[in-house]
Design a protein around this ligand. Structure first.
Ligand code: UD1
Ligand code: MG
Length: 453
């Protein structure tokens, strides 16, 4: 196949967003609009990608710096044709140029590949709309051949009734595009250089024009306002929910799940309402996620149950664990199999080996916890001295009584027991009971204070 080079038009201001942020940096499913388009371009096998930017200054190139793309400033913005003119001189003559829009985020590589499969033609992505207002209309002759595109503002009342519209996305031989773009004029109602005028030039040059349609209507929906962004967000979330259901995932309500990244599920996974998944998340077979849980960049093993209102980030959880309700697992947590983490327990940057439990009201940070450990309610690892973080090591089989503070760095030896209410500042030996607790005293004859009259 020929080399594909992509131009993404992203210079527009997005006035109707009423925002200081460039339109293409507003997010859909947690990702800026422009990055959706860049990802589709990459998946379509783009050789080089050129992003035409304008409004918002360097914000756009900075935000997309992680991509292998060139950024070209278009200032002033004199139309879509003018925008493509900025990139076309950089393209190798014998390839294909594909034009995408930074504010049409959900274009899929399947549709793009369909367009790129057409050789030596100008390929337009068109669609039929019941209400075509605002779009350029596709004019065809009696044989059904495309003759030109007429912009909405330049339409006669008859042309205005045409329902086949230009989505803006097109692909064509670069050598031809270079010639046509050089001939563009701005003699139209908007005084702009229209990219769409190349269609009539192609006809004049005897180059065949073909229309392809998107596989799904939402692929070509553009975003101009927060309302449209919100509608497209819902469309995309419904689509992802539909894909999960198709693969056998049970969703309590497909309208109440948000996926802002990639969610991979095993067999017989059940997800209750209101859950949010961010970044790459994997749920193993038979995992259940309780209502209103938030799971970011985590991997959850087979048979594990996440009870409601749990917050899990950059955490690896083994098989058959019980987490929550109201658990908070912070980055760097690694829970082995059959670990139980209960309500109001926070774990950060800690490893917890198999069969250990912290069921109530605890903070475990920067710790290495062995297997078969029981951490009593209200246990706190005091990992921070105000300047440095220190590690706590709790070996296999340890039992820690409730309301214990463990002042790191410290090691609790294998099978040790710590008495409830202790403040542990030095290593505790294996197999024995260690406690630090003031002796209980009773003050005879003591009276509660009473109100003065
Ligand atoms: C364009 C098409 C129209 C099509 C419609 C689909 C032209 C002349 N018209 O119209 O046929 O139906 O899209 O939505 O192409 N942009 C730049 N630089 C510019 C001008 C625009 O980067 O100088 C970018 C905008 O940021 C936007 C895109 O190009 O992402 C489309 O521009 P816009 O002004 O919205 O074109 P339309 O008038 O909607
Ligand atoms: Mg537009």
């Amino acid at each position: 196949m020929m080399e594909i080079n992509v131009v993404i038009l992203a210079a527009g201001r997005g006035k109707r967003m009423h925002s200081d942020k460039p339109k293409v940096l507003h997010t859909l499913a947690g990702k800026p609009l422009l990055m959706h388009v860049l990802d589709s371009a990459v998946q379509s096998g783009a050789h080089k990608i050129y992003v035409i930017y304008g409004h918002g200054g360097e914000e756009v190139p900075q935000a997309a710096a992680a991509y292998q793309a060139s950024f070209i400033l278009q200032e002033p913005q004199l139309g879509t044709g003018h925008a493509v003119q900025h990139a076309i001189p950089h393209m190798p003559q014998d390839g294909v140029t594909l034009v995408l829009y930074g504010d049409v985020p959900l274009i899929q590589s399947t549709t793009i590949k369909k367009m790129l499969a057409v050789q030596d033609k100008l390929v337009l992505l068109t669609t039929l709309l019941d209400n075509p207002t605002g779009y350029g209309r596709i004019e065809r002759d009696k044989q059904g051949n495309i003759t030109r595109i007429i912009e909405d503002k330049d339409c006669t009342s008859t042309q205005r009734t045409i329902k086949e519209v230009n989505t803006g996305i097109l692909a064509g031989p670069t050598r031809r595009l270079q010639t046509w773009l050089a001939q563009l004029e701005n003699k139209n109602s908007q005084g702009e250089y229209y990219l769409t005028d190349i269609v009539a030039m192609a006809v004049a040059d005897g180059v065949a024009i073909q229309a392809e349609q998107p596989t799904q209507a939402w692929e070509v929906v553009g975003v101009n306002s927060k309302t449209q962004l919100a509608v497209l967000e819902r469309t995309w979330q419904e689509e992802q929910a539909r894909q999960l259901l198709e693969r056998g995932v049970t969703l309590a309500d497909p309208a109440r799940i948000d996926i802002r990244g990639k969610l991979i599920c095993g067999r017989d996974v059940e997800i209750d309402v209101g859950c949010i998944f961010e970044g790459d998340v994997r749920l193993g077979d038979q995992v259940k996620v309780g209502a209103y849980s938030i799971i970011k960049k985590s991997d959850i093993g087979n048979g594990t149950i996440i009870h409601p209102f749990s917050h899990i980030e950059q955490t690896k959880i083994g098989e058959n664990c019980r987490i929550g309700p109201y658990a908070r697992l912070r980055p760097g947590s690694n829970l082995h199999d059959e670990v139980h983490i209960g309500n109001f327990v926070e774990i950060k940057n800690s490893e917890i080996a198999a069969n250990s439990k912290a069921n109530h009201l605890s903070y475990i940070g920067d710790s290495t916890v062995g297997s078969q450990v029981n951490i009593g309610a209200g246990t706190i690892t005091c990992n921070y001295d105000g300047v440095n973080k220190h590690r706590t090591v709790i070996e296999d089989g340890v039992f820690i009584g409730s309301a214990t503070q463990i002042i790191a760095p410290v090691t609790i030896g294998r099978n040790a027991t710590i008495g409830a209410g202790s403040t542990i500042t030095r290593d505790a030996p294996e197999d024995v009971l260690t406690l630090s607790r003031a002796k209980q005293t009773t003050v005879m004859g003591w009276k509660r204070p009473s109100k003065k009259k």
